[in-house]
Design a protein around this ligand. Structure first.
Ligand SMILES: Cc1ncc(COP(=O)(O)O)c(C=O)c1O
Length: 376
């Protein structure tokens, strides 16, 4: 049996008959950039997240940038971000000329650890970015409380967490702004690049829309600095169709995660991801950890497991093998190995198993059989 890491073809086949006419319609209307499909999508996406305003963008990375740009983050400012995330979270800060300041992640949620947050705040801290990594929300109440105490806005990086919930509330409108990615492999993926930034604040939303379109409300009247971060019409049309299915696909991921948990929980050598009491996890990724060993040894065991699964036609991934504070591009910031032990352990021993809504119980049973074989 062959198990891919994700199966975009299965999803395309499901919606092909609806997607192709919608794309053709964009061509017929020559609405190549922005246009009705994009605006309709913005309204729907904001609505399903109980958030007032959505600004569709050309990528999720742009969402990280626009959110902080809209908050006037600039050179000399510091922005706190988790060490355990994809690098695009940090680009939001660096593109504004600000310095990213890293914080370790919580050992169970794998997200920004509120207990370690306050120590990273300085008079230069101008924003905190909480990432809902792998599809599980960060502990927003605790993070927002610290933000409020120090008068620092909290931004959500929700690139991996469409429709996830924190204490029964949809993420996306919990902080002052939130960014999303619609990269094809995401829980809601475009057929190309795509992203969004959301907020409940009307003024901020107006600013986001101006930044997206050369700092203008009206063509050739540039009220502030901006950029071209507009979404393509085709992506708006594809995402609009996909919105009908996003709830079902999310439940598909949750079903697959529950099946994994049922099948793998008896393996002593691994830790399966925990769904926090406060969370509705949407399982963008299902990251297990190979446990009980030290440094080099656990990485060797993890890598051997990945190789063994690969030899049995089971694809897997690493998210993320090099924590941000150990990346060469941030060497000048002066961090060193050992600064963020929880994030480092995750990088050394984490392994992402196949995860997509169409993953069948038979495929998960096969993965489980091979995992048991390896750990025997
Ligand atoms: C946590 C996180 N933030 C931001 C991004 C950036 O999104 P995009 O690839 O759409 O630019 C990603 C994408 O992988 C991500 O995982």
């Amino acid at each position: 049996m062959k198990v891919p890491f994700l199966d975009l073809k299965a999803q395309y086949r499901q919606i092909k008959d609806e997607v192709l006419p919608a794309v053709e319609n964009v061509f017929e209307n020559t609405a190549f950039v922005m246009g009705k499909p994009v605006f309709d999508f913005e309204a729907k996406f904001a609505e399903i997240h109980n958030t007032n305003y959505c600004t569709a963008l050309s990528a999720g990375t742009d969402g990280n940038h626009v959110a902080l740009w809209g908050l006037d983050i600039q050179h000399g400012d510091e922005v706190i971000i988790p060490a355990n995330t994809f690098i695009a979270t940090a680009w939001g800060a660096t593109l504004c000329g600000a310095t990213p300041v890293f914080v370790d992640c919580h050992p169970e949620s794998y997200n920004l650890d509120p207990a370690k947050l306050e120590a990273a705040i300085t008079p230069k801290t101008k924003a905190i970015v909480a990432v809902h990594l792998y599809g599980q929300p960060a502990d927003m109440d605790a993070i927002l409380e610290i933000g409020k105490k120090h008068n620092i806005p909290v931004v959500e990086d929700a690139a991996q967490a469409h429709l996830s919930e924190y204490k029964g509330k949809k993420i996306g409108g919990l902080g002052v702004a939130s960014s999303f990615s619609f990269y094809p492999g995401k829980n809601l993926g475009a057929y190309g690049e795509g992203g969004a930034v959301m907020t409940n604040d009307e003024e901020l939303s107006t600013k986001f829309k101006m930044i997206r379109d050369h700092g203008a409300k009206q063509k050739y009247h540039h009220l502030m600095y901006g950029h071209n971060y507009r979404m393509e019409g085709i992506q708006g049309a594809v995402l609009g169709i996909k919105m009908k299915y996003i709830n079902d696909w999310t439940e598909g991921r949750r079903r697959a995660a529950a099946k994994y948990r049922e099948m793998l929980s008896d393996i002593d050598g691994i830790i399966v991801p925990k769904e926090m009491d406060y969370a509705k996890h949407v399982y963008h990724l299902f990251v297990i950890q190979v446990k009980g060993l030290d440094g080099q040894e656990r990485t060797e065991r993890r890598d051997a497991l990945q190789k063994f699964l690969g030899e049995n036609d089971i694809a897997s991934g690493l998210h993320y093998p090099i924590p941000l504070h150990e990346q060469e591009c941030f060497a000048h910031l002066g961090y060193k190995k050992g600064d963020f032990p929880v994030t480092e352990a995750l990088a050394e021993q984490g392994l992402s198993l196949p995860m997509f809504p169409e993953l069948t119980n038979e495929q998960i049973e096969y993965i489980s059989e091979k995992m048991h074989e390896f750990f025997k």
